[in-house]
Write a protein that binds this ligand. Structure first.
Ligand code: ZN
Length: 79
């Protein structure tokens, strides 16, 4: 299983949105109830993550996040 929004591998219940193993999305891409966050929220979250692990400026990280996300089913119509 991988998140259909960001591609994160999901194995344990706590990896899934709302700790529901039926959820197509991971905990990072969903709110507390397991509902998919808005596109902008997911972009922001992922940009912050990329900027931290890759030590790149936020605007670069944001571009990468958008590119990365465009490959996943949740955002396919966002291109
Ligand atoms: Zn995700």
């Amino acid at each position: 299983m991988q998140c259909e929004s960001c591609g994160m591998p999901m194995g344990k219940p706590e990896d899934f949105g709302g700790r529901n193993m039926e959820n197509k999305y991971c905990l990072h891409c969903t709110d507390r109830d397991g509902n998919l966050k808005s596109y902008d929220e997911v972009v922001e979250g992922m940009a912050a993550f990329f900027s931290k692990i890759n030590r790149v400026p936020t605007d670069v990280a944001k571009k990468r996040a958008i590119e990365h996300m465009s490959g996943f089913p949740a955002w396919r119509d966002k291109k």
